[in-house]
Design a protein around this ligand. Structure first.
Ligand code: UD1
Length: 427
């Protein structure tokens, strides 16, 4: 059934060769910020209003988790309201953490405000082994203690005490958990080698609006002076740079000229310079970024790194562009060991890619060929959708629910630019 609503059943995304693309597409607020802001609401009683919250599965699941804790959650369009009570049930159960490992970010705010948290230990996923040792060690330095049994971590803290925490790696999740724990700790916390992603700066801005005293977010050293209490606030989520990159890569594949409204060029400088090196024309507009492309992309080498490096979430999109580029490109994945698993799907579409360890050698081919493929995760799923734009015949992307975890309406948005993309219910 073409044009089906993804909520109707197991979905496939059907893509046919398309392009050139034209028009304007608007990006949503960032999933990776919205989820953390929702968790941060646990830090204060009262009504929070968040604007530009994407209507995606991950946000629904984080909403369910907060509801189970006793928070009132309601989303109308892109406005999310959270009514946080005086006390909550400080627990994140297996079913929800297993579905969305980002749920681990409730640990910091629960310990910070209630001094207790019981959270299911997140497992690995398609990116491979994903430990949370840095989250726990950092929180221990603030005075929390942890025991693990029956698959759950039980955290306790009579009170948290500010401390100097040096992260061995600028982990996004660990930085966020520590930041949210430290805002209500006694005294001053300094997080060194902190992650610098724009979503961290957004979280800090949200916390400061609530009354926290966070300084330096967006740099490697974040200083947090603990306060006695916080209040509920209204906030607009930072635009989604990964969604913006997805539409830019779509133009790189299919050609054309598109304005990506809401895109913040200052949040994606390294990516934009790589796209320019690949031959795309990119210029800022009053509302975002304009992207123009014609002909094959040029091959480049690149390596993923923590911000401000090329984000690992862009990697599947860039590999897909290189799959049809005019030469050989080498991509090094430095952030997640298992993040090349989707490459077999691109190879099924005729791509010439050899991945070994954390390197992939991509020889651009003249054309891709439409095939049934499976989306293994959010961004790789989106990459397969844009691969379909230049593949002859039809590409059917199964497990499309993975894509819907992170994109409010990738199908509608690409179709509005002239792409031949639709939902199709399987079975
Ligand atoms: C977040 C993003 C994800 C993005 C990633 C890196 C969300 C919901 N997800 O994930 O989309 O790809 O940042 O930009 O925001 N690590 C440890 N121990 C820890 C924590 C992390 O070894 O305690 C390792 C991880 O296994 C990985 C690396 O550090 O190899 C980076 O992970 P991290 O920055 O923490 O990513 P997430 O916060 O999980």
């Amino acid at each position: 059934m073409d044009g089906a609503n993804p909520a109707d059943g197991p979905t496939l995304i059907r893509v046919r060769q398309s392009g050139p693309l034209a028009g304007t597409v608007r990006v949503s607020g960032a999933k990776n910020s919205a989820l953390k802001l929702m968790a941060a609401s646990l830090l204060a009683e009262g009504r929070f209003t968040l604007h530009d919250v994407p209507r995606i599965a991950d946000v629904r699941w984080m909403g369910e988790l907060l509801e189970q804790m006793g928070v009132g959650v309601s989303q109308k369009g892109d406005v999310l309201t959270l009514d946080v009570p005086e006390t909550v049930t400080p627990e994140a159960p297996y079913e929800l953490v297993e579905r969305m490992r980002a749920s681990i970010v409730v640990l910091g705010p629960l310990l910070g405000r209630f001094g207790t948290a019981r959270v299911s230990v997140p497992g690995g996923d398609d990116f491979g082994h994903r430990p949370i040792d840095m989250h726990l060690r950092g929180l221990e330095e603030l005075g929390a203690t942890f025991t693990t049994s029956h698959g759950y971590i039980q955290g306790r803290a009579d009170h948290l005490e500010g401390a100097a925490v040096l992260l061995p790696y600028p982990s996004v999740g660990a930085t966020e958990n520590l930041l949210m724990a430290a805002v209500l700790a006694r005294g001053t916390t300094v997080i060194d080698n902190a992650a610098r992603e724009p979503e961290i700066a957004d979280l800090a801005a949200f916390l400061n609006a609530m009354g926290a005293r966070v300084d330096g977010a967006g740099s490697s050293t974040i200083t947090i002076k603990g306060v006695d209490g916080l209040t509920a606030v209204e906030h607009t989520v930072v635009p989604d740079r990964i969604e913006a990159a997805t539409y830019m890569a779509a133009v790189g594949m299919a050609g054309g000229e598109v304005e990506v409204a809401g895109a913040r060029p200052e949040h994606m400088e390294m990516l934009l310079s790589k796209l320019v090196e690949m031959g795309l024309h990119i210029s800022p507009t009053a509302n975002g970024v304009s992207v123009k492309a014609s002909g094959k992309p040029h091959s480049v080498d690149l390596a993923t790194l923590p911000y401000p490096g090329v984000a690992t979430d862009y990697q599947p999109l860039l590999v897909t562009l290189l799959a049809v580029a005019d030469g050989v490109g080498i991509v090094t994945e430095n952030v997640f060991g298992g993040r090349f698993r989707y490459i077999d799907e691109l190879v099924r579409m005729g791509a010439d890619i050899r991945a070994e360890g954390h390197h992939a050698v991509i020889r651009g081919v003249a054309a891709l060929s439409g095939a049934p493929v499976r989306a293994p995760d959010i961004r790789a799923g989106a990459a397969l959708v844009i691969a379909g734009l230049v593949a002859d015949g039809e590409t059917l992307i199964g497990d499309a629910h993975h894509v819907e975890r992170g994109y409010q309406d990738i199908v509608g948005n690409l179709a509005s630019l002239g792409a031949d993309v639709s939902y199709s219910v399987s079975g």
